[in-house]
Write a protein that binds this ligand. Structure first.
Ligand code: ZN
Length: 101
């Protein structure tokens, strides 16, 4: 094992060369498709609701699925997630307008 490979180990698994820069998954712990899943850091967006980047790469075929933004159990494309974020910001700004006395 090289120093670079050792530096890329994480508790519970290893980072792979094929990992996107945002992946924090520990690979090599699970088998099959579950091990192909790259996941980013979780972001708590509401009580009990976590959002995170995810993407799978089939090591045999190289087929890539994603990346997606998973919010709870709902999968959004990157553009859908950006639109959702923009809509939430617009909604919050609407609420900052003057309130009648
Ligand atoms: Zn990964």
């Amino acid at each position: 094992m090289t120093d670079t490979e050792r530096a890329r180990e994480r508790p519970g698994g290893r980072v792979r060369r094929s990992c996107p820069h945002w992946c924090v998954s520990g690979h090599g712990v699970h088998r099959g498709e579950e091990d192909w899943l790259h996941q980013g850091e979780p972001l708590m967006v509401a009580r009990g609701v976590v959002a995170r980047l995810c993407m799978s790469v089939n090591p045999d075929t190289g087929a890539v699925d994603g990346p997606y933004v998973l919010v709870g159990t709902t999968e959004h494309t990157l553009s859908e997630a950006e639109a959702l974020g923009a809509a939430l910001v617009a909604l919050a700004r609407t609420g900052t307008g003057p309130t009648p006395p």
